[in-house]
Ligand binder design. Structure first.
Ligand SMILES: [Zn+2]
Length: 438
């Protein structure tokens, strides 16, 4: 029955998806690597036996002053010289673990970013095969490279019809390089994006009032939060847009920057005012992870893991270690798909925009994937690698083939019934391989 063919929201058998999207601010290289050995391998580490998850991180190409939010960077300072960390950063980017460019570097307090730094960074990344598709804005007002700021602004009016060029503009270079997903400093306090919020609360209203009641309800709840989430400027942009976004609750949304460039942005889930490592104890509490599963949503978690409570001597506070163990438990139980930010966003965009059709050929069901619809950068045929985990419900998995642009995909996996009572067929997932030496 072709009518029973449907695209599953998450890779089989998972019910929800999660990525940890850490900003590396303040991380010493040795601690950073030790943390990722704990998260991404099965070796013994100072934090315990590795959890063997697929958790990515962010990186910098430059660092203006190592005393200000110091962390390691690819280049030595602002120079052309690779730092002692360049090879390790390059390996981790190519392995898929460093998957977010946390802007080009840390320009806190000093400023000084220019477009030429972007050109130099991308040329080097291109030369070394360091492909990255996710951008995360960073830091204080001196970070002119932020796309939410001068980085996403081509020119500026100085009156009388006269415009000056913005020398920090670079978003066109990002797009040309292949950066697809951008984070312009919006944090939602609700876990589980890609689904409407407050539905149960507004179930008794009708038509337009449903949406209105939900909006007002959410607004009221957010205003009552201790830190006044909606009252602080960094997360606001324009209040109405921000409110609308929180109510709509997408994971990925389209935005036109001041430059006129159209980009795909994503929200992160977390606590803007308490974003250190120990905040993971609350943001990823058993209750919140349960809610994530219940809603069937996807979240990209906002955190600065190098920020630790006073007195914490280890790399991570116990609350964070426990949170990661909870995540690992849900991953191993087949509840929550845990992967890198870029992989999660790529999967989410594909499932939301996949153009596919099912036909019957001599008693066999064939699912043809034609393309991913993309009305910003143009429709495209995805690489198989970017479709991994894509799962279709089908009445007879063993008798169902998946074709991509007309070619039958080998090695598709048949899955038994899940909790909806339906069987399915999947494009297999691969696990990233953590580099053995760094
Ligand atoms: Zn940062």
């Amino acid at each position: 029955m072709l009518s029973r063919i449907a695209l599953r929201k998450h890779p089989y058998p998972f019910k929800a998806s999660l990525a940890i999207c850490n900003d590396l601010d303040g991380f010493a290289f040795e601690n950073f690597i030790e943390l990722h050995r704990f998260l991404n391998t099965q070796t013994n580490t100072s934090l315990g036996t590795g959890l063997n998850l697929e958790i990515g991180d962010s990186f910098w190409m430059y660092c203006v002053d190592s005393d200000v939010s110091c962390a390691f960077s690819y280049f030595e300072g602002l120079s052309d010289e690779p730092s002692p960390y360049a090879d390790a950063i390059s390996k981790l980017v190519r392995a898929g673990y460093l998957d977010c460019l946390h802007t080009y570097g840390n320009f806190n307090q000093y400023g000084g970013f220019r477009r030429s730094y972007a050109e130099k960074a991308f040329a080097e990344m291109e030369r070394r095969g360091m492909r990255v598709r996710t951008w995360v804005d960073h830091g204080d007002m001196h970070n002119f490279q932020n796309i939410n700021y001068l980085g996403g602004m081509r020119e500026r009016s100085i009156g009388g019809g006269v415009f000056t060029k913005i020398v920090e503009y670079h978003t066109d270079l990002c797009k040309k390089f292949g950066i697809k997903f951008y984070w312009p400093m919006i944090v939602t306090p609700l876990i589980g994006q890609g689904r409407r919020i407050g539905f149960r609360d507004i179930a008794r209203s009708r038509n337009r009032r449903k949406w209105l009641a939900g909006s007002l309800l959410l607004y009221g709840v957010l205003r009552m939060m201790p830190h006044g989430v909606l009252e602080r400027r960094p997360v606001l942009l324009r209040k109405k847009d921000q409110l609308g976004l929180l109510v709509e609750n997408p994971l990925i949304y389209k935005r036109t920057l001041a430059s006129g460039d159209k980009v795909y942005c994503f929200q992160r889930y977390g606590d803007w005012f308490s974003d250190g490592a120990d905040s993971l104890g609350k943001t990823l509490s058993a209750e919140n992870l349960g809610r994530l599963i219940e809603t069937g949503g996807s979240s990209v978690v906002y955190v600065h893991m190098a920020r630790k409570p006073a007195g914490c001597r280890g790399i991570l506070p116990d609350a964070a270690v426990s949170a990661f163990k909870r995540i690992a438990g849900h991953y191993n139980a087949g509840n929550i798909y845990v992967t890198t930010t870029s992989r999660l966003l790529t999967f989410h965009m594909a499932t939301e925009n996949l153009a596919w059709r099912a036909t019957s050929h001599g008693g066999r069901t064939v699912i043809d994937i034609d393309m991913v619809r993309d009305d910003i950068d143009g429709d495209f045929v995805p690489a198989v690698d970017d479709l991994q985990g894509i799962t279709f419900y089908t009445g007879d998995p063993a008798n169902t083939s998946i074709r991509l642009a007309g070619e039958v995909l080998d090695g598709t996996v048949c899955n038994p019934h899940d909790d909806t009572g339906r069987a399915s067929v999947s494009i297999p997932r691969t696990h990233l391989k953590f580099p053995e030496s760094l």
